[in-house]
Each structure stands twice: as C-alpha cells, then as structure tokens.
Design a protein around this ligand. Structure first.
Ligand code: 5AD
Ligand code: SF4
Length: 484
C-alpha cells in the first residue's frame, strides 16, 4: 500500500493577504497540468462538485467549482468525471451515510478512468473517525481536507494532480478569513454572502461548533465590497449567511471601527443600489433584537421571511438542548414579529426524539406550532452525533419510538403551512423569476419576498427580473399564478 501524505506542517498563522495571490498561482500551475493531460487524451477534462447540507456548503461549493473551472475543467453534472469532489455535511447521520454510498458508487467510474481523481471535504472531514474510515476503507480517494483550509483548494488540487498518494490536510481550527478567492455563482441573479463563520452556541445536540470552529465575523468593508461587486454583476438578491447572524460582530474588540451590529450591517447592505432583496440565515431566537425587527420594518428590501429555529416547544428539553429560551419566550418573540411585521413568513426547524423526550413534550412542540402558525417547518429526527454532550445523555429514544411523534408533528406542520399559504390567494405580489419550471417548460418559477414559490406563464428572458404575479391557486407549498 502506498503511504498517505499527511500535511501536518500547515501553519495557520501563515495566512496573509498575499494568500489569495499564492492560490491563484496554483490555479495556473494546475491549469498547465490539466491542459497538457487534455491534449494527451484528445478531449476536455470534466469536474463535478457534489454538495450536501446547508447554504454555507452551497456557497463553499461555488468557490470549489470556480477553482476547478479556472484550472481548465468543464463542469459536469455527472460523477463520471475526471475530478469529483464531495462537499460533505455531518449535522445528521443520514448525510454521512449518503455520502459514503455515493463515494462507493464513484469508485466504479474510477476503475474505468485511470485519470480520475476523487476528493472529499467539508464538515464530515473535521471528524477524525470519518477520516480514518476513508483512509481505511475508501483507498481510492485522492484528497481529503476540512472546512478551515478550503481556501487552499487550488494548492491541494495541484498537489493531488501530481501525486499518486492520498493527500490529507485537516486543520483543527483557524482564526483567519481569506478574502478574494474566485467564486462562480450557480445563479446569475442571486447569491449567498458569508458574513461570519463558525458558532459559539454549543446546542448540546449539534456538531457544528466542533467542525466549523468559533465565530469569526468578516469585516463589514469586505462584506459590503462583495455585495457591491455582486450587484454590479447583475445580482438582485443576496442572502447573508452565518450560523447565528445575530452575533455578527461580537468577536470584534470594543473600539474596533469594524464593530457594527447585524442590524447595522444589513441596513448598509440595503443601501447598495441594484440589490432588490436582502435575506439572512440563520438568526437564533435567544438574541433576536427589537433593533433587528425595526430595521426589517423600515427596509422594504429585507425579505419578508424569518427562519427562526424552534428545535423543541418544551422548556425542559430546550434547557437540556442549551437553547437559552423557554417555550413562552419563543412564542412571545413570534407574537411580536407577527404584530410588527404581519407580512413576514416565519419558518422553523424542529428536532423530534431528543434524549428523554416524551410524547407529552412533543405535545408542547405541537402547541407551539399551532400557536405560532409557522409558514413552513423542517422537521428532523434527532441524530446522535459523537462528541456532542447530548450523545452522552441517558434515555436516548430508539428511532422506532420517535416515528409516531414525528408523524403527529408533521401532520400539524403541514396543515398549518397550507393554511398560512392559502391566506395569500388572490393577492398580487412581486416575484423574483428564478428559472424555467422543472416539470413544464412553458412555465417560469419564482419566489415571493416571503419565500413562497410561484409558477406562471412567461418568457425565459424574464429570469433574474422582478415581475408582478397574481396568486391564483394555492397548491400547498406553491402557487399557480399569472403575470399582471
Ligand atoms: N439531529 C437532528 N437534527 C439536527 N439539527 C442539528 N443537529 C441535529 C441533530 N444532531 C438540525 C437543527 C438545525 C438544523 C440545521 O439541523 O434543527 O436547526
Ligand atoms: Fe448548531 Fe446551535 Fe450553533 Fe445552530 S446555533 S449551528 S444548532 S450549535
């Protein structure tokens, strides 16, 4: 067996502003290699980026794809490509299992294509046990790296192209943010913008603080500059991304001119000409301020959608989840939002089956759903993540026992979402046209400011613009409408 190359000497303190220049030179070197291989084979080389998980990962994948394209690869939707990279998620176990299944399938392509390189990166790779598993049972993988050194992808790509060995480069942590790396947007008219990385909340079920590290905010200047560039490039909608956007800037020292609050930041972003919609994801209910509500109210550009993860409606479960709010405090916030911003859609995340949760605890969650009247909710079965405090809690609930509670909750969630959606019937709203309908290409698909989907007849030239559409028929979570 060939020996793996474990890059242990990477010094996180080496990262400077020149880093992006260094990475650009690696892209050029990789391109020379790719071009020469392409001449040899008499065909273009292809690359496929497979993304699991959240909006943060989707944004990271846009950076990976940009580097691969600049290095001379053609984008491929199929994993039967010359370079395949899996950007993984590890929030729940089923995401881990899915990626391992896909990886297994991918090895069959590699058997037929000796030039193929397979890489795996992202949150799952920040867990030692996952890396060990790949090293042991997935020997055909060429490159493994984590979340903290993704900015080094060009360099790692180049090293991988020259090597026959498995390259592994995982950092435990970082306190730096590298700006100005290339990025290729999936949609020309909308884009995510990272405002901060990491999380300090340590909800007891959650692996994110361990794999994404502590909170690090980007400077407001860099964020505004990125948004201005996006707007100049035709982007109409930005989504400001962070695990807990309400704590944006808390890591700046007092007196630092960079220290502004999240509401101040979003207000600045709204001033950028050409941007029509500003979204954000995700706020934590425990520090959702009145200042933020007032900012949303004042700024029609801020999307009428707040995603407000509930997780549980039972105060004792919330305490054990370390969420730092009670059932009543959460509901109070929802009532305040509904009163101040009656047009705002509120969506949520809920976990069922947390250790020790009983049917009566789930009744509390259902009670909150009924009272909050969520416009949509993502419901998850609790997944035990090794290394988190909750993994060691007694009374882990077997999945077979969770199912009934999960189904009860889902029924109420769906009924509530439908009722909320139906309220919009007959209204005429602004819609950002996102693309051609997947099932019927005579239709366009777009989104309301409150995130509701609507399908309607129209010309594909309208993609990326905002049009007015009457919401004629409600079909649960989407509408059929007509342009007016
Ligand atoms: N099990 C199930 N769901 C989880 N989430 C986070 N960690 C877990 C876990 N261990 C859910 C939360 C979070 C969403 C992104 O994923 O609801 O808000
Ligand atoms: Fe995980 Fe809680 Fe941080 Fe969200 S706020 S990423 S659920 S620890």
């Amino acid at each position: 067996m060939t020996q793996d190359i474990n890059i242990l000497n990477s010094n996180k303190n080496d990262i400077t502003d020149e880093e992006s220049l260094k990475q650009l030179s690696f892209i050029e070197k990789a391109k020379e290699h790719v071009d020469s291989l392409s001449r040899e084979l008499g065909r273009n080389l292809t690359a496929c980026v497979v993304t699991f998980g959240c909006q943060m990962n989707a944004r990271d994948s846009e950076k990976l794809l940009a580097i691969l394209k600049l290095a001379g690869y053609e984008e491929s939707e199929s994993e039967n490509a010359d370079f395949v990279i899996y950007n993984t998620c590890t929030v729940r176990d089923n995401a881990d299992q899915r990626v391992l299944g896909r990886l297994g399938q991918c090895s069959n392509y590699k058997k037929k294509n000796p030039h193929m390189k397979i890489a795996i990166c992202g949150c799952m790779m920040q867990e030692q046990s996952a890396v060990e598993k790949i090293q042991k049972s997935y020997r055909f993988v060429d490159l493994i790296f984590g979340t903290h050194n993704i900015y080094k992808f060009a360099e790692l790509l180049y090293t991988t192209l020259l090597s026959d060995r498995m390259i592994i480069d995982i950092w435990k942590e970082t306190d730096k943010i590298v700006e100005d790396l290339p990025v290729l947007r999936k949609y020309p008219f909308k884009s995510g913008v990272n405002i901060m990385f990491g999380c300090n909340n340590f909800c007891t079920y959650c692996i994110v603080p361990y794999v994404r590290g502590r909170e690090r905010s980007r400077s407001p200047k860099d964020i505004i500059r990125e948004c201005e560039k996006l707007s100049a490039d035709g982007v109409k909608e930005v989504m400001l991304l962070g695990q807990n956007v309400n704590s944006y800037g808390n890591d700046f020292k007092d007196g630092d001119p960079n220290k502004i609050s999240f509401p101040q930041l979003i207000e600045e972003v709204c001033k950028i000409e050409g941007l029509e919609r500003v979204r954000f994801m995700t706020p934590h209910p425990k520090d959702f301020s009145d200042e933020l509500l007032e900012t949303i109210k004042r700024n029609p550009k801020i999307a009428r959608h707040i995603h407000l993860p509930l997780q549980s409606g039972n105060t004792e479960i919330l305490r054990r989840m370390n969420r730092k709010y009670t059932k009543e405090q959460y509901l109070e916030l929802v009532y305040k939002i509904r009163e101040m911003l009656p047009d705002v859609a509120i969506t949520t995340d809920i976990i069922v089956g947390f250790p020790g949760e009983t049917a009566s605890d789930v009744d509390d969650t259902i009670d909150v759903v009924n009272k909050a009247q969520f416009d949509n909710a993502f419901t998850f079965i609790y997944s035990k993540r090794t290394g988190t405090p909750a993994a060691g809690f007694p009374d882990q609930v077997p999945e077979s026992e969770v199912k009934e509670n999960f189904d009860r909750l889902l029924k109420v969630v769906q009924e509530t979402a439908r009722k909320q959606s139906e309220k919009l019937t007959g209204r005429t709203e602004e819609v950002l046209v996102e693309g051609i309908n997947e099932h019927d290409n005579s239709l366009l698909t777009g989104r309301l400011s409150n995130n509701t989907l609507v399908h309607f007849k129209g010309d594909e030239k309208l993609i990326g613009s905002i049009v007015r559409v009457s919401l004629d028929e409600c079909h649960g979570f989407y509408f059929m409408g007509q342009m007016v």
